[in-house]
Design a protein around this ligand. Sequence first.
Ligand code: HPA
Length: 324
Amino acid sequence: MYIFAGYAAEQAKTKAVLRRLALPAKSALHCRSNTNNRITSPANEEGNHMQNFIKVQNCAKALRGMVETKVKMPRYGIVLGTGLGGIAGLVEKPLFVPFADLPDFPLSGVASHAGRFVLGEARGVPVIIQQGRCHIYEGYSPADVCMGTRVMGALGVEGLIVTNAAGALNPRFDAGSIMVIADHINLTGQSPLTGPNHDEAGPRFPDMSAVYDPDLMAVAEKAALSTGIRLEKGVYAGLPGPQLETPAETRMLRALGADAVGMSTVLEVIAAKHMGLKILGFSCLTNKNLPDCMAGTSLEEVIEVAGLAGKRLTTVMSQILSKL
Ligand code: HPA
């Protein structure tokens, strides 16, 4: 079921709020195309500085207005990466809200991403699933990349489960396997926390000594064991992309301690940690990325292998949710 009702009313209310705040309504309500969301000069435009506080609040308010009489408010947020949309099938009686129906929500141009939120209960847990994300390689700012995470945080979720497709750097990890993310290395050269800090959202200098929640990781490991699905554990390196890595770069990443490499997740996780959310992360390893026997990969291969690994991740996720 698609939810459109209430958007016009919500828009009018948001306009009234913006008038009170004396903000240009256009910037907060009508930047729906990809081009409008690309980085121009983030610091200059109201609401477009790195933490994006007002846009997030507007978006969360609009989303809440669309769903609050129809579903329980979510306890967990889940972000689905490339090829992993099937996990949304765990939601009973799902309510779909396309990103395009939300004011200022950045729209991904990646064809394999559905571009919507899915709300409802999965194994008894009220969830909000972000089906698709935008990336810095598309030209988006860290604030745009983290908009979904922050909206889910603003709705009051206690935890965030992030998923992605990634290349395996650890030679012991096979293509098609699933890795629980124990830690990450942010190699994007960017942070969603630069710019003025919004103390209401989180601290200026958030602690990063235990980003991925040990208790959630233990639940994931038990869930995998109980379903007979092998779960690797390792460090995810997040690069800006879009180009894949050279053999020399994969050698460097391995030397830095990374087990998997991809082009997403780290900025969203930083924003989630800033908001104090519990975090669990999974990479579906779609290809082996070994410096001495590099094989090329393609989006088609990534989607196909992620789809297969995604079926197993759905089984594990179902078990995890039943324990939350
Ligand atoms: N490198 C970076 N990102 C990726 C890869 C890779 O090998 N595979 C899937 N996403």
